[in-house]
Design a protein around this ligand. Structure first.
Ligand code: DC
Length: 235
């Protein structure tokens, strides 16, 4: 075994459609390898929550100019939460992990994630956080824009109905009774918004490996990844 490669801390990029279980999977991989997990979607959600809280939305319309003018005032940080086994997000020092997960934020986040200045700020933060390797990032543009040289790139997908069902159950478990039809609509709308936005649209990097987990168990998914990982470190 090549020990240089074996000891190298890899950069692992997990992109794909919304509600495929990317974050859960990325978190499991990070725990297994002793790596840091970075949930980049949480960062776009945090900026969205800030915009909502500061009256920058009129219905679904975002006042992008106002948001851009205030970007420097939005401080996003992560603090490890041992009870979750992952880092919670804070906006200007206030805990926001729960509030960024509501359907309201899910419905509005595409408006914010399509603003170039927002992407520039968050991509730079993500690159700084992952600079030394030993990281698993999940998002939409990790393998294409944030870390185009990532050691392992996965592109996750699953049938929209399967994804909506999973998300619906997740929300229900938290006491959020959003109807299944609305969750499915949100999944389909976000797929379209993610793929069709002008800047950094969601697309599979040429060297990414597709993982369709519609009919896979969590264990099968991990076995799929570990096979790739071992091929990488045992070369
Ligand atoms: O992964 P998520 O569903 O929490 O992400 C929330 C939104 O943020 C999603 O609709 C697309 C956007 N996003 C993005 O544009 N780029 C990323 N790297 C991560 C998320």
């Amino acid at each position: 075994m090549n020990t240089t490669t074996q000891n190298k801390k890899l950069t692992i990029a997990i992109d794909g459609f919304s509600s495929c279980g990317k974050s859960t999977f990325a978190k499991q991989i990070a725990a297994r390898l002793g790596y840091v997990f970075i949930d980049t979607g949480a960062m776009y959600r945090a900026v969205t929550l800030y915009a909502i809280d500061h009256g920058m939305f009129f219905g679904c319309e975002l006042n992008a100019e106002q948001l851009i003018a205030e970007l420097d005032n939005i401080d996003i940080t992560f603090r490890y939460n041992p009870s979750r086994g992952a880092a919670d997000i804070y906006i200007n020092g206030s805990a926001a992990e729960q509030r960024i997960r509501t359907i309201e934020v899910s419905n509005l986040v595409s408006r914010v994630s399509s603003v170039a200045e927002v992407r520039q700020k968050l991509v730079a933060m993500q690159q700084a956080m992952g600079r030394d390797g030993g990281v698993v990032l999940d998002g939409r543009d990790i393998g294409t824009v944030v870390f185009p040289d990532a050691d392992i790139k996965l592109f996750m997908t699953a049938d929209p109905e399967v994804r909506a069902e999973r998300r619906y159950k997740e929300l229900a478990a938290k006491g959020d009774n959003t109807p299944y039809e609305e969750v499915l609509r949100n999944v389909v709308e976000r797929d379209a918004a993610d793929q069709n936005r002008a800047i950094s649209p969601l697309r599979k990097a040429d060297d990414a490996i597709v993982l369709d987990n519609s009919h896979m168990t969590v264990d099968e998914q991990m076995a799929f990844f570990m096979n790739l990982y071992e091929q990488k470190v045992c070369r």
